[in-house]
Design a protein around this ligand. Structure first.
Ligand code: HEM
Length: 319
């Protein structure tokens, strides 16, 4: 018997055991293999579906750029959530199941998230410089009240990273510092305030749409993540002496990337297209964006305990 034969027999035996465990016959599966066609690149990544998802609402040449870059961003957000879902599913630090290997795994999840947001920051020029302003100002009118404000994945990323107490609107954040009820905190989250018309207290249509689609999912996530966020984990490690230099550095990088650098690029883009517009042509989502978007006004910090007082006070003033 040649080496190849014995390797083959080993694999067949392993496959037989695998299928027998679920009451299946190996022969049937081998017959299936004989019938099956080879997989192709385009089927594997569902290319035809992917490339059919761009449906502009106007004939302007630059609208597909706007659509595709949002889609690219949402795919990156999905990659980030893929890492964060795994990070928050791990055992909690401080419990018997937590091992140093979990600290390393958390560090790697965090680094990957930073890398994805870094790619988005570095490619944002596709928006900032890559569209004709006049065309943008025209096709955006066909999109009202849709806005990136309604990105559910962006909010889910924030909720997995930060404790909800840190996401409460700055005006009342201090009052909610010791509140533990996730739904009470969610009710005061910063973006609700940002999309409410101050004079009347009425929600913008953008916010009403957003809540009708995501309120239930956000509430479920808020409850499930209470005490489990990346921030809760980092705080326990910091307090119990389990924090490593690598993880601390990785967490600070992620905080700066998600809560300052990406928002600054985004703000710069909003400035290029929307500044000096008559006051009646507001952002498609209807926020008072020059007051709402700057990181220094929102002061969202996922891991405040990893920054000095001076760093927190200067938040969003440089990247
Ligand atoms: C020309 C390009 C863009 C402009 C002019 C722009 C403008 C704005 C404005 C003015 C807002 C405030 C909400 C509103 O009133 O509509 C906003 C929010 C937002 N946009 Fe964009 N945006 C652009 C591209 C993008 C892209 C490519 C994304 C990626 C998904 C995005 C994601 C978001 C998110 C997540 C928010 C909510 C931010 C927060 O609540 O802090 N935007 N955008």
């Amino acid at each position: 018997m040649t080496t190849l034969d014995s390797e083959l027999l080993d694999r067949l035996e392993a496959l037989r055991t695998k299928y027998a465990a679920s009451g299946q016959s190996l022969i049937d599966f081998l017959d299936g293999l004989l019938e099956a066609d080879y997989i192709t690149y385009w089927d594997y990544i569902r290319l035809d579906s992917l490339l059919s998802l761009q449906q502009p609402r106007t004939p302007h040449h630059d609208e597909p750029i706007f659509i595709m870059y949002h889609q690219i961003t949402e795919l990156y957000f999905k990659l980030v959530l893929h890492e964060l879902d795994a990070a928050v599913a791990a055992p909690m630090p401080g419990t018997a199941n937590w091992t140093p290997a979990h600290t390393e795994a958390l560090t790697e999840h965090v680094r990957r998230c930073t890398r994805y947001f870094g790619a988005l920051e570095n490619s944002f020029a596709v928006m900032t410089d890559g569209m004709n302003r006049e065309q943008f100002l025209r096709f955006r009118m066909a999109l009202i009240p849709a806005s990136g404000f309604q990105s559910g994945q962006y909010r889910m990323i924030e909720m997995a990273l930060a404790r909800l107490n840190e996401l409460v609107h700055l005006d009342v954040r201090a009052d909610y510092a010791d509140v533990h009820d996730p739904l009470a905190l969610l009710d005061k989250i910063y973006w609700r305030g940002g999309a409410t018309i101050a004079a009347t207290g009425e929600k913008t249509l953008t916010l009403k749409q957003f809540e009708s689609k995501y309120a239930k999912e956000f509430a479920e996530r808020a409850v499930a993540l209470s005490g489990q966020t990346v921030s809760d984990r980092a705080r326990i490690l910091e307090e119990q002496g389990g924090m490593t230099d690598e993880l601390r550095h990785a967490l600070r990088e992620l905080d700066a990337q998600v809560n300052v650098r990406w928002p600054m690029q985004h703000l710069k883009t909003a400035g290029r297209y929307l500044a000096k517009q008559p006051s009646d042509t507001r952002a498609t989502g209807g926020t008072n964006w020059p007051k709402y978007l700057p990181p220094k006004f929102q002061l969202r910090i996922a891991f405040p305990f990893l920054w000095t007082d001076a760093e927190r006070e200067a938040w969003g003033t440089s990247s």
